[in-house]
Design a protein around this ligand. Structure first.
Ligand SMILES: C[S@@+](CC[C@H](N)C(=O)[O-])C[C@H]1O[C@@H](n2cnc3c(N)ncnc32)[C@H](O)[C@@H]1O
Length: 271
């Protein structure tokens, strides 16, 4: 069954503000594969579970026509409201029922979303809508995050992880697919030609405020906030305070390096 955790307008706005496009190393992994499969100048690319459009806008810089799809109207509204290239459009629809003709899509991509889908139904749709030789690109970032700043990187990472550990008890069951490095998703991909990468590291430019906003945008935080709004607010305030103290600075606008590990599953439908 499809899981809906990103419905609220407030959450979608936070998402738009604090989530980021695929980093350089992830982009390189994807494009190397697409070039290998002769799909690097594809006509129609669909970004499933596009959220507020971070990945969709990145794809639009490289492909002729890109359609972002998401089950959440609020997320799609945020995506439509953001400035983007003229070759992008958006649709509200579930990943399990994509409104595309059989064999009409060159690349079906999904960033940090596939673990929310009904995997069996989504894979069936992927097989149906992809052209022969079309490719699937499924990636997510993991919880293995490191923060770097001057000589307090270890301390900062510890503070971040402690906050994340507090949130993790509010994680949905689906997050297990991420903790398992998308192994189950990889195994469910119905194409013999497939690859899984579990060690892609990217540096995302951030500030202290950005790190706090990122935590706020996560689904466990949103669940925590629903259960105990005051405690949730304190967690963010406390994390920011501890980070600033560790760094010896007072402005949350100070840049920090946010290093994330991605997983990426790539596959190609046979001719
Ligand atoms: C963690 S967000 C990722 C958004 C974006 N792709 C990104 O990289 O930031 C997951 C998105 O998947 C969407 N989603 C969850 N289940 C879905 C489903 N069954 N069909 C389509 N979209 C879904 C949510 O509404 C949400 O916008």
């Amino acid at each position: 069954m499809a899981t809906q955790l990103f419905k609220g307008r407030g959450h979608a706005a936070i998402y738009q503000k604090y989530r980021f496009a695929p980093g350089k190393e992830l982009q390189e992994t994807i494009f190397t594969y697409l070039q290998e499969k002769k799909r690097s100048s594809a006509e129609l690319v669909v970004d499933v579970g596009c959220g507020s459009g971070q990945g969709t806008r990145f794809l639009a810089e490289h492909f002729k026509k890109v359609v972002g799809t998401d089950i959440s109207e609020a997320q799609i509204q945020e995506a439509r409201d953001a400035p983007s290239l003229p070759n992008v459009s958006y649709l509200v629809c579930p990943a399990e029922e994509l409104p595309f003709e059989d064999a009409s899509v060159d690349i079906l991509a999904s960033f940090t979303a596939a673990h929310w889908f009904d995997i069996e139904k989504f894979m069936r749709e992927a097989k149906r809508v992809l052209k022969p030789g079309g490719c699937v690109v499924l990636s997510t970032y993991t919880i293995d995050t490191n923060l770097r700043y001057g000589n307090c990187s270890e301390k900062l990472t510890k503070i971040y992880r402690e906050s994340w550990d507090l949130l993790s008890k509010y994680s949905h069951d689906r997050v297990k697919l991420v903790l398992d490095d998308y192994k189950e998703i990889f195994e469910a991909l119905p194409f013999p030609d497939k690859k899984r990468f579990t060690d892609i590291y990217d540096k995302i430019p951030m500030t202290v405020a950005g790190v706090i906003g990122f935590l706020e945008s996560t689904s466990p935080y949103q669940i925590f906030k629903k259960n105990d709004p005051e405690a949730a607010k304190s967690l963010l305030q406390d994390t920011e305070k501890r980070m600033l103290e560790a760094m010896g600075v007072s402005s949350p606008e100070i840049p920090v390096e946010f290093w994330i590990r991605h997983i990426c599953v790539l596959g190609c439908k046979g001719q």
